[in-house]
Design a protein around this ligand. Structure first.
Ligand SMILES: [Zn+2]
Ligand SMILES: [Zn+2]
Length: 388
């Protein structure tokens, strides 16, 4: 089979590998699509883990082989996978800190080498301890919708960390795919969302996803990705009007900007909550007025990864299309162009939101392309597909 192998910093190569062999309690799944996720991009760009590995963990596909001890699945089942599943019984799990559970930290899906998700391959092996995380995709839903369960779960988990009451005002900073999911899930829970971004096209979509108000933070520094002084002042004035001077009940920071996080902290009311969702790089520091935590009782929270116990609820939200993820999927690349997909996801064009990679028949004919491994940027638009 073909797979995209991480061979070192920014080095992704198309390689031919043996089909993964499965044990008696395992599944072999033929990959249909796999989402390109910022956490994988970070590992590829910063070489935070040793090569070789096959990344890709937002995977959906078809069961093609079953170990003899597997129950509850059949060949031909269309499934969405979770590469991490907690044990539900350790000290961390009892505290619902599932992402800190030792079993959860193990990756249970691989296409070869050290398990790393494996979705950027034609086939993956699903190990026994992550079988509880395999979700069947209803006939009316697409593989792409199945591949979105994992990111949606991470967002719903984060939303549930907030102590909100219906009607509360929440700012969601950044309207990429994750920010848009926050906007919609918060709206479904009865919150009034102010969505901010620097791209008008994303703010338009935020309205469709349930934002009550939008604010373009580009202001006087359009390219910086953060609000300049003029934009900040006008955002502060806007928030004053919206909340009668009280301040935000919560703010979700879905952009990796310290400046945005600090601004949001000042926009909170006393006892409000700041939730960080994009600050995943270790070692970076920023100043926080600790009295805003101690005296003003503002909570500084983070949330990472998925909550297994929310899995059924997430599947219902996505498959019923109450949270319709289809408008979030803007690009799809053949497996042979994974490197290009990762490049686009790392520096998205204004029209790019969620990017998927998927093996298709054309990829074999494209192998010469793959060998050159120097894609032209204009081919991005050739790969665009309509996922509706
Ligand atoms: Zn992910
Ligand atoms: Zn555990």
């Amino acid at each position: 089979m073909w797979a995209t192998v991480y061979r070192g910093k920014d080095d992704l190569r198309c390689e031919q590998l043996p089909l993964p062999r499965i044990g008696p309690g395992e599944l072999l799944v033929k990959v249909a699509v796999c989402g390109v996720c910022p956490t994988d991009i970070k590992k590829i760009h910063h070489a935070t883990v040793p090569p070789p590995r096959i990344f890709g963990h937002e995977t959906a596909g078809t069961v093609v082989r079953l170990g003899q001890r597997v129950r509850g699945f059949a060949v031909g089942d269309r499934v969405a996978l979770h590469h991490h599943v907690p044990c539900l019984s350790c000290h961390f799990c009892r505290h619902r800190a599932f992402a800190q559970c030792p079993q959860y930290k193990r990756t249970g899906i691989t296409a070869g080498f050290e398990p790393a998700g494996g979705g950027y391959a034609e086939y993956v092996r699903v190990m026994p301890f992550v079988l509880p995380g395999v979700v069947k995709i209803p006939a009316r839903n697409s593989f792409a919708e199945g591949a979105m369960l994992e990111p949606v779960n991470t967002v719903l988990k984060a939303v549930r960390r907030l102590a909100l009451l219906p009607g509360d005002v929440v700012l969601v900073a950044g309207q990429g795919p994750i920010g848009l999911m926050f906007t919609r899930l918060l709206q479904l829970e009865g919150m009034s969302v102010l969505a901010t971004d620097v791209l008008a096209s994303r703010l338009k979509l935020a309205r469709r996803f349930g934002a009550r108000w939008t604010f373009n933070a580009a202001g006087d520094i359009p390219q910086s990705g953060t609000a300049g002084p003029v934009a900040r002042t006008s955002l502060a004035a806007r928030l004053d009007r919206i909340t009668d001077g009280r301040g935000l009940d919560a703010a979700v920071v879905a952009v990796a900007s310290d400046e945005v996080a600090r601004d949001c902290m000042t926009f909170l009311r006393g006892g409000g909550q700041l939730l960080l969702f994009a600050h995943t790089q270790r070692g970076l520091k920023t100043e926080v007025d600790l009295a805003s935590v101690c005296v003003d009782e503002k909570d500084l929270l983070g949330s990472y990864s998925a909550d297994f116990t929310l899995q059924k609820e997430v599947a219902r939200l996505v498959f019923s299309r109450r949270l319709d993820v289809r408008p979030l999927i803007t690009h799809r690349f053949p497996l042979a162009q994974t490197a290009e997909a990762v490049r686009l996801a790392a520096r998205p064009s204004p029209n790019a939101l969620k990017i998927l990679v998927g093996p298709d028949l054309a990829q074999h004919r494209r192998f010469d392309y793959c060998r050159r491994n120097s894609p032209r940027s204009d081919s991005i638009h050739d790969s665009r597909v309509d996922c509706y």
